[in-house]
Design a protein around this ligand. Structure first.
Ligand SMILES: [Zn+2]
Length: 156
């Protein structure tokens, strides 16, 4: 359920693990061992996180935008801005590296190499990214997240 939220957090540049199948004890252990903030929509798991004095945020899972704003403000983040955007692979959390068109030609459609000059490739899974409509949508999302964060900060 939080898979899409996890992908967005990675696009924003946050180091984000997504664990779809694991029992609560395992998730709790990974969170504590790796000093991660555990995001969950599971109230029982959240109770255990609080009890274990681990870091966690309970999300509603109703609206992605609300969840993102809630997660960020709970972690003291008041603005996303442009920093970190596009530094991580949304699929696997790997770090992206700059590529020239000739380095990625074999991995993408010809039309894309003709129309774009800047590319990024995931160091872990090899997925190739480029600036396009996807990034424009992300920028629009960042804008609405930031304006809600600003509003939340103003009311507390
Ligand atoms: Zn990747």
């Amino acid at each position: 359920m939080l898979g899409s939220v996890a992908r967005k957090l990675r696009i924003f540049g946050f180091d984000t693990l997504y664990i779809a199948h694991a029992d609560d004890s395992e998730i709790l252990k990974i969170g504590v061992d790796q000093r991660r903030v555990i995001l969950t929509a599971d109230k029982e798991l959240f109770k255990r996180i609080v009890k274990a004095d681990a870091a966690g945020v309970l999300v509603s899972g109703v609206s992605e935008l609300e969840d993102l704003v809630h997660i960020l403000s709970k972690n003291g983040i008041t603005s996303l801005g442009e920093q970190g955007i596009g530094s991580r692979c949304s699929m696997c959390n790997g770090l992206l590296e700059d590529r020239r068109p000739d380095q990625v030609r074999e991995n993408i459609p010809l039309k894309v190499t003709v129309n774009h000059a800047k590319f990024f490739q995931c160091a872990d899974c090899g997925k190739v990214y480029w600036e396009g409509s996807h990034l424009r949508r992300i920028r629009a999302l960042i804008k609405s997240v930031d304006s809600r964060l600003a509003r939340a900060a103003a009311t507390t």
